[in-house]
Design a binder for this molecule. Structure first.
Ligand code: FE2
Length: 318
């Protein structure tokens, strides 16, 4: 299968170009197709099951759901378990999340790369695959993510509720609706209005079947529910912003200046040094050129994901 065929198979019946024109990066898109089509598109093992993934996956697995709330006496709705315990929780109705599953099924990375280059995402963007398995009502409660998500339904029928976000545009953080009205200070800075009801009554209800693909833009509210055994592979891409580019370029300027490299201390009062740094700052900002921003796109644009990846790789060798 050539590179363009892979992207074509992901977006069909729309052409990849039409998908970009009409949906990417801001509108959700669903398409349905032949039940087994994702096996070849994602280079997955034939007839892959949740048990296969549990046995391939040499890392802790996240369990999410009401069974975890009960077991933790209300403290949390998610925790990590070892692969040997995962199926027990799965039977109890917990949804299993296998983050960075491409570490253990590396053939998926071909598709991640092809999609990433087709979408013209900056080189420093993180792309990864995450597998989800659930049954007996398992799923995720309403939340939004800061990344874009391509969902490939492999097994079973799964219900998705998806809703355009009228509270925030272009969020740069994940948010669980259960936390409302508490929210991180940064998110509060660009939040508007009342949050939706946790059941997302105005959402689009979408049923994914084996062979369905859902593109979920960053920031959409969504929740999921599986009444039967479901397995899905998601390919997610970080959504680098101009903030990331500007900060990376600014850092390259500031690093030349000894004063900015000097040890920062626990600031309790305004100081002469701080004042001097702030006086110099506009010159550095003003010196950033388009070439600097172009260079920034190959820097690591998501240190959180890089750290997670290193940690996951380390655990896989234990
Ligand atoms: Fe999500």
């Amino acid at each position: 299968m050539s590179k363009s065929d892979v992207v074509q198979r992901i977006t069909e019946p729309l052409s990849p170009e039409k998908f970009i024109e009409m949906y990417w990066p801001a509108r959700h898109y669903v398409c349905h197709g032949e039940a087994n089509r994702h096996i070849s598109t994602l280079h997955l093992p034939e007839n892959v099951t949740v048990e296969d993934i549990v046995s391939l996956y040499k890392n802790p697995i996240m369990v999410v759901g009401d069974c975890v709330i009960d077991a933790s006496e209300g403290i949390t709705d998610r925790f990590m378990v070892s692969p040997s315990e995962a199926l027990h929780w799965y039977e109890q109705g917990g949804a299993l999340e296998f983050d960075f599953v491409d570490l253990f099924i590396p053939s998926i990375r071909k598709t991640i790369q092809e999609l990433k280059s087709f979408l013209k995402l900056p080189q420093g963007t993180h792309g990864k695959a995450v597998a989800y398995a659930a049954k007996n009502g398992g799923g995720f409660k309403a939340h939004f993510d800061a990344y874009a998500n391509f969902v490939f339904q492999i097994r079973g029928r799964k219900k998705w509720m998806v809703l355009e976000n009228s509270n925030v545009t272009y969020p740069v953080q994940h948010y669980d609706l259960a936390e409302y009205p508490y929210m991180p200070v940064e998110l509060k800075a660009y939040w508007n209005g009342q949050a939706p009801d946790p059941t997302l009554p105005n959402a689009h209800e979408i049923e994914l079947q084996p062979g369905s693909m859902l593109f979920l833009p960053r920031g959409y509210w969504h929740s999921t529910e599986s009444q039967e055994e479901t397995l899905a592979i998601n390919i997610t891409f970080g959504q680098a912003t101009w903030i990331d580019f500007v900060l990376a370029a600014l850092r390259q300027k500031l690093v030349h200046d000894e004063a900015f490299r000097s040890l920062a201390y626990n600031i309790e009062m305004k100081s002469f040094e701080m004042n001097e740094l702030l006086k110099k700052l506009p010159n550095y900002v003003g010196a950033i050129t388009e070439e600097d921003l172009l260079q920034a796109q190959s820097s690591d644009l998501d240190l959180y994901q890089t750290t997670q990846l290193v940690f996951r790789q380390y655990l896989s060798y234990q």
